[in-house]
Design a protein around this ligand. Sequence first.
Ligand SMILES: Cc1cc2nc3c(=O)[nH]c(=O)nc-3n(C[C@H](O)[C@H](O)[C@H](O)COP(=O)(O)O)c2cc1C
Ligand code: SF4
Length: 665
Amino acid sequence: MTVPALSHLLAPLDLGFTTLSNRVLMGSMHTGLEEMPGGAARLAKFYRVRAEGGVGLIVTGGISPNRAGCLMKGAARLDDAHEIPHHRLICDEVHAGGGKIALQILHAGRYAAHAEAVAPSAIRAPISPITPRALETDEIERTVADYARCARLARDAGYDGVEIMGSEGYLINQFIAPRSNHREDGWGGSFERRIRFPLAIIRAVRAAVGADFILIFRLSMLDLVEEGSEWAEIVALAKQVELAGATLINTGIGWHEARIPTIATLVPGGAFAWVTAKLKPEVTIPLIATNRINDPAQAERIIKAGGADMVSMARPFLADPALVRKAARGRSTEINTCIACNQACLDHVFQGHMASCLVNPYACRETALVAHRTAIVKSIAVVGAGPAGLACAVTLAERGHLVTLFDQQGEIGGQFNLAKKIPGKEVFAETLRYFASQLAKFAVTLRLGRTVVADDVRAFDHVVLATGITPRRPPIPGIDHASVAGYVEVIEGRVTAGDRVAIIGAGGIGFDVAEFLTHAPDSDYLAEWGIDRQMRHRGGLIPAVPAAGKRAVTLLQRKNSKVGEGLGKTTGWAKRALLQQRGVSMLAGVAYEKIDDGGLHIRLGEETRLLAVDTIVICAGQEPRRDLQNALASMPLSLIGGADQAGELDAKRAILQATELGLTL
Ligand SMILES: Cc1cc2nc3c(=O)[nH]c(=O)nc-3n(C[C@H](O)[C@H](O)[C@H](O)COP(=O)(O)O)c2cc1C
Ligand code: SF4
C-alpha cells in the first residue's frame, strides 16, 4: 500500500517558526462537549478558534467505533450515518478556520466503565471495577470492520484523516501486550498473533478511506506496566504499521493503569522525547513526539535535533489557542503556557465534567465567554495582583476599561510567586510572564510596592478587591514557639527548616511544602520513577531509585480521611507516592495538643505522642483578606478569588470568577 504524499501537511520542510503550523499537531483531547446537548456547535467553535490560531492539524478526542468501545455508557461513537451532521459541522468550521482535522478512533476495551466492556481476555484492569468479556473470534473481525466503517463515516463527514488510538492501554494496546492478551487462538500467544489486530485495523481502514487520507497510528512506545511490550517488539510493530498503510506514527506513553506520572507538572518538559527519537531511525514515515511539550521553542529543538518530524501538543492548546500563531510571529512572550496542573482539564474529564483550563477559562466555553468591547468606559481599580486580580484586570482592560492594578508587593503574582518556588512547579512563572505581557499590551496601569488604603481608590468608578488570603494560625497552645513557621516564610527562604519537620495541614500547600523540604537537587525524574531509558526490560520499567531527601518530614492532618484525598484526581496519587518514596510519614486523625521545646505533642485516638521536631510548618488553611471592604462600603465593589472564598487555595475558581466578572463590568 502506498501512503499519501505529505507535502500538503509537512511542506515546506525548513524549520523556522513560520513552518511551525505544519510541524505541530493538536493532540487528542476528549473535552466532554462531545456528549453534551448542543455540544457540536460548541466543539466546532472550540476547534475553529484553534485552527485560526495556526495549528496545521487537529486530532479530535477519542470517538468509539461501536457501542462496546465507549468509555462510558452514552459516550460519543461514530457507527452510523445519522452522526455525520454533528461531525460535518466541526469539519466545516475547522476548514473555514484554515486547519485540517482528524478523528481519533478509540475503543476503550477493558477500560470501558460499563457492563458491555470487552477485551482480548477476561482480565480486569487494576483501575477498573469491571471484568471485561473476552471477545469471540468473529467479534474481533467485526470490531476490525467497525474501525473501517468509523473511518469511512469520518471521511464522509469531511475529516482529513483519522488517528487510530493504539496506546495508553486501550483495546488495541490490550491486544498487543502479553499483560492483557492471554488468547490461544489466532489473535494471541506469539507476538505476530498479538499484533494481528492493529495491523488488520490499519489495513481495513486504509482500504475503506483510500490513499489520499491521513492515517495516524498512536503507538505505545513505552507502556510503563509489567508485561508490556519490549523494545524489539515496538520496533517490529512500527515497521509493520508503516507497511500496513499509516501516514504518521504518533507516540503514546504509559498505560492509564501505570503507576508513573507521565503528564503531571512534576514531569519535566519533553521528558519522553527520547523514546520517539529512539524509534526514528527504524521507520521512514514521520514520527510525532508527545507529552509535556508546552513550549514552541522546545518543540523546535526536538524537531531540529532530528528526534521527531512533528510534535503533538494537547493541553497547551487548551491554555492558548493561538500558540502557533504567536510563536510564528515572534510573540512567544504572549503565549499563555500550560502549567500541566490537570486541574481543569483531565481532572474534570475523569469526573465526568467538561474540560476547560485553569489558566484559560475560555477553553471549551468559547461560545459562552466572549470579550465584547465595553460601551461605557469605566475607571476600575483592581486591588491585588495575584491570579484573580491579574485575570480580572486583563479582561477589563481588553474590553476597553481604564484599569489600575494595585499590589502591596513589588511584583505581580501573589500566591503564584510561592508556587513557582516549589520544585517541579517552576512553570508557574510562565503564567506570570504571560500576564505581564497582557498588562502591557492592554495598557493596565500598575501601582506596586505600597500598601493600598481606601483613599487610593475612592475616585474610581468601581473597585475589585482581589486581596487574597491571610494564612490561618490554628489556636494550638505554644503556637508562638520559636520552632513554628508559616509556609510563606519557609518557601520564601526567610526561615530555614531543621532536619526534623512536622507540617500541620496536608492540603495542597502542605504537600507542596513537603515536596519543597524533601526535594533532592540532583534528583532525576526517570530514575526516581523507575523508567528504563535503555529499554532493556518489558514495559520500560526498572526498580525506582528514590532521591533521598535529607530531612525527616511528617505530614499531619486533623481529618480522618486518607492523607492527600482532596488533591487532584489525576495528580494527587503521584504526589503522595513521591513523598512516600522519600520517607515522608503521613498521619491522619491528629489532634494537636501543644508545642514546646520538646516538639509537637499530638494525640492519635487514645494515644499521645511527641514528635521531636526542630521545625513546625503551619499549612492549616487561610482566611479571606478584605481589609478595605468596610472602608469602601459605599462604593461599587466586587470581591473575587481568595478574598471572596479562601477555603483551599483555588486558582482555577479564582481565575474563572475573575474573568467572568471582567466580562460583565
Ligand atoms: C482533557 C484531556 C482529554 C484527553 N483525551 C484523550 C483522548 O481522547 N485520546 C487520546 O489519545 N489522548 C487523550 N488525552 C491525552 C493527550 O492526547 C496527551 O497525550 C496528553 O495530554 C499529554 O500531552 P500534553 O502534555 O501535550 O497535553 C487527553 C488529555 C486531556 C488533558
Ligand atoms: S488546566 Fe492546567 S494542565 Fe490543563 S490545560 Fe490548563 S494549565 Fe494545562
